[in-house]
Ligand binder design. Structure first.
Ligand SMILES: Nc1ncnc2c1ncn2[C@@H]1O[C@H](COP(=O)(O)OP(=O)(O)OP(=O)(O)O)[C@@H](O)[C@H]1O
Length: 857
């Protein structure tokens, strides 16, 4: 379709293009690929498991599962992994500047101490991180320490690391590379994390001497050297502190070696400034570089905002957004939610209002909480919660659960699956709010209701699920239903920040931005499927996962830092920290927003009109998606039947019903900030903030000083009030400048009274944001004319003689011209003086003559 081609480039499925085989290890190969999705380079390790038994396969899979949770700037990230036939595939970050081994052996002179400290700091903080998780690396060596061109160091190859069951646990197996093996290992003793510290000491020694700590012609001699701990001396150019640290790390007795936390406190690091910040900055630059396609629009910082909150609903038969007048006139909303046939709103007074959209004929079963089964058409206060401050509400298909300020839960509606947690009542339908007693002494932070199950996050960070368990949506390892809340096992050491229940699956968002999910992955709606197109030894294009009974990380999204997720009936959408929108799942109605209706088996980044915007909110319903962007626009796409899209869009040439659109389309006419958005089944409800008045600061392009010097006009209006975007015009008034004295910023005020493109006249204090003190100073200031070109004249410390040309430009004439003119003037004055003198003499003579004539008539 012509219209679509211009608006949206055909999205490509992610595939891998082989770059080169990096090398072969003991168990397989490491191969470098380019990922077509974002042109990033990734390494896939292909490990042959043909000789491994079932248990070993399971163990290696479990071990990598845990390693994939690690998230540290100095550890090679594990993005994805799966076992296909006899091959274990692991996708990981590519370190693009070789290994520390190569770096050391290419050195022609010793490293400066500063470099050694920088590398050692990064290695130690990586080790501190894994040790905290109870992981021992067990193969620390310069060959397993990778470098990036940006100067970062990355600890990799956890191939033989072992997850310790407890911090004090001892692993039995003798593994590792002999040169780095600690005395206790050589002697056949047990070891713990201190063996990694020994290896760290060996690496440090290698960096300081450019040779191995213990080199011996045979294993026996090596063992003897290590046990006797005979190191050679370190060059005296290195500080005493450094030499002391090597000795501490290479202590024969494990107990005498420091732990990572102690090493990090060494004055060698503290003297070097904020090394942690440097690592963080370098890593975030690399992360940003990966987001090449993500051109986020210029950010402005709001300063003053006057706004009005309104509630709109659509869908369920209502084609265009309907304003719910009640919340404009009487109550101010702070949170909204919808179920299949009902809406719920929490107001600033912490009250809950519910009402029905019984358009489809569905009967009420108590989900409104008004004590009966009437289908109230306008918002009605849930009186059973009067006096109980509610901070959040969530709607299931036909039930509602509220969280109070002190973390208590109240539920009402259908208890068919035990969602309302009513373990005492015989009835399935709870018509008025009842407390969910299970949580009386476990305060809840957040609740999310799916179609027929619930997930709650406690204030302590634990996750509980209950209700229907089909497809493993409760993440409890089975499909069993549970009428009482069950604590969920969270893999790794993830701290959960948000919980989100869908129709038959559940998402969890961890504090580190990882997305975890459990339940049905039909059509990839939980995002688990991995693209494998282009990978050697893999024929199928996608590695398909039908469902998960336990929570696992959604690995295809492990490189994104997810902040928000919304599961729909057959698809899902999530937003990352940069405001990029990703969709996955069924695309029958174009609900993935990719400009077509093709089946998509993996993850997609929504582009088109949204590519340059920051998506702030998203919600998925049954076959449709709604998204709000940072420029106060609202978009919808997918199945438009029954008004699900809040507007009527016509899309030519598509195969499904004429009410579908596969591209994000702006809805809602004018522009609004949407702080809350919820879709369920065919309904959508939003809070729309109408910004009546907004003033923002944004960095100015040129320095006001420069304008002041260069243009007399600019000197009068150094801060220009940018005419308002028509976005926030309704009833807005100009705001007197509050922060215009902050020189690096220019004021951008939304002002309804001045027409677009009109410039304020100078000196008008209402329109110009010039501060009064500066205005006064400018009025009194002498006017100095400056050449339009930046000549040497302006550069302090570079006062070269003024050229004739510049003089002419500044003063309109040269010094020579001036001299001639002065001479001419002098001559003129002289002539005049002469003439004056003559005249005076003549007058005197005439007066004398007249006098004598009077005396002698
Ligand atoms: N993430 C990575 N980034 C850059 N190069 C890598 C990465 N992982 C592995 N390599 C390189 O690929 C090659 C093969 O690595 P691999 O891990 O398969 O074997 P190895 O580490 O040499 O041996 P083994 O795993 O048996 O100890 C090595 O040269 C290694 O430096």
């Amino acid at each position: 379709m012509a219209t679509e081609v211009t608006e949206f480039a055909e999205p490509q499925e992610t595939s891998y293009i082989l770059i080169r085989v990096l090398g072969k290890g003991a168990f397989g190969e490491a191969v470098l690929y380019r990922k077509t999705e974002d042109n990033s380079l990734v390494v896939w390790k292909e490990i042959n498991l043909a000789n491994c038994g079932d248990k070993e396969r399971r163990d290696s899979q479990n071990e990598i599962d845990i390693l994939s949770f690690l998230d540290h700037a100095n550890i090679v990230s594990y993005y994805n992994h799966f076992i296909d036939g006899d091959t274990l595939f692991i996708e990981m970050e590519y370190a693009n500047d070789g290994t520390l081994y190569e770096k050391i052996y290419n050195q022609t002179s010793l490293f400066p101490e500063k470099t050694v400290i920088w590398y050692l700091f990064q290695m130690t903080s990586a080790l501190a991180y894994i040790h905290e998780y109870g992981i021992i690396h067990r193969d620390i060596k310069t060959l397993n320490i990778f470098l990036t061109k940006s100067g970062l160091l990355k600890l990799g190859d956890f191939g033989i690391s072992k997850i310790m069951q407890s911090q004090s646990g001892m692993a039995e197996t003798l593994v590792g590379t002999p040169y780095y093996m600690s005395p206790e290992l050589m002697q056949g003793h047990k070891y713990n994390q201190k063996s990694d510290i020994w290896a760290l000491g060996c690496v440090l020694y290698e960096m300081l001497t450019l040779r191995r700590t213990f080199e011996a012609s045979n294993a026996l001699k090596l063992a003897r050297d290590i046990v006797l701990n005979q190191q050679s001396d370190i060059n005296s150019m290195y500080s005493q502190e450094m030499q002391k640290l090597v000795t501490q790390l290479l202590q024969k007795e494990p107990a005498n070696r420091p732990v990572c936390e102690e090493i990090l406190k060494n004055s060698l690091f503290t003297k070097q400034g904020d090394l942690e910040k440097k690592v963080w900055e370098l890593n975030s630059v690399a992360r940003r570089a990966r987001l090449t396609a993500c051109s986020v629009s210029e950010t402005t910082v709001p300063v003053v905002k006057a706004q009005m909150c309104e509630v709109y609903v659509w869908g369920g038969g209502k084609i265009t957004p309907q304003k719910v007048e009640f919340f404009t006139k009487e109550k101010s909303p702070i949170q909204v939610e919808c179920g299949e046939s009902h809406f719920a709103v929490v107001t600033v007074e912490k009250e809950v209002f519910t009402w029905a959209n019984s358009q489809g004929g569905s009967s009420m079963v108590g989900q409104l909480g008004h004590g009966d089964t009437a289908g109230y058409k306008i918002p009605k206060l849930v009186e059973g919660l009067s006096g109980i401050p509610v901070k959040q509400v969530s709607c299931g298909t036909d039930f509602t659960i509220c969280v109070t300020d002190d973390g208590k839960l109240y539920g009402f509606g259908s208890d068919y699956y035990g969602c309302v947690g009513c373990d005492t009542s015989e009835e399935d339908d709870i018509l008025s709010p009842i407390p969910i007693n299970y949580f009386t002494s476990i305060p809840i932070e957040e609740i999310s209701c799916g179609d027929s199950h619930c997930v709650a996050l406690t204030k302590a960070g634990d996750v509980y699920t209950w209700g229907c368990g089909e497809f493993g949506r409760l993440g409890l390892g089975s499909e069993d239903d549970h009428t009482t809340p069950q604590k969920v096992a969270i893999p790794g050491k993830h701290f959960i920040k948000h919980v989100c229940a869908g129709s038959d699956g559940t998402f969890l968002i961890a504090t580190n931005g990882r997305l975890l999910a459990s339940g049905s992955n039909e059509n990839n709606k939980l995002g688990f499927n991995s693209p494998t197109s282009g990978l050697r030894k893999r024929k199928k294009k996608v590695f398909d996962i039908p469902c998960k009974y336990m929570f696992s990380t959604v690995k295809p999204l492990s490189r994104q830092h997810i902040i928000s997720v919304s599961p729909g009936t057959s698809h899902s959408a999530c937003i990352d920290i940069y405001g990029c929108l990703y969709t996955f799942g069924c695309n029958k109605y174009g609900q993935l927003g990719l400009g077509d209706y093709k089946k998509r088996s993996t993850l997609n980044r929504v582009g088109g009109v949204l590519v340059s915007k920051k998506v702030e909110k998203v919600s998925c319903g049954d076959g449709f998606t709604v998204a709000a962007t940072d420029d106060s626009q609202l978009y919808s796409w997918g199945n438009g039947e029954n008004g699900k899209l809040g507007a009527i869009f016509k899309e030519q040439g598509k195969k499904t019903s004429t009410k579908c659109t596969s591209l994000p389309r702006p809805i809602f006419g004018s522009l609004h900030v949407v702080p809350y958005l919820s879709s369920h089944h065919w309904n959508t409800i939003i809070i729309a903030e109408k910004v009546l008045n907004q003033k923002t600061l944004k960095p100015r392009v040129s320095s006001p000083k420069y304008n002041l010097l260069n243009s007399p006009k600019a000197a009068r209006v150094p801060f220009e009030t940018v005419p308002e975007d028509s976005a926030f015009v309704e009833g807005s008034q100009p705001i007197s400048p509050a922060c215009s004295e902050d020189l690096p910023f220019t004021s951008d005020s939304s002002n309804a009274t001045s027409p677009p493109n009109s410039r304020p006249s100078s000196g008008n204090k209402d329109e110009s944001s010039i501060p009064p003190w500066l205005e006064a100073e400018l009025q009194d200031a002498a006017f100095i004319r400056i050449p339009s070109k930046e000549s040497n004249l302006l550069e302090i410390g570079n006062l070269s003689p003024v050229s004739e040309k510049d003089e002419k430009e500044i003063y309109g004439r040269t010094t020579a011209d001036k001299d001639i003119l002065i001479a001419q003037l002098r001559a003129k004055v002289d002539k005049l003086t002469e003439e004056n003198k003559l005249l005076q003499e003549t007058t005197e003579k005439q007066e004398e003559l007249i006098k004598s004539l009077r005396l002698h008539p």
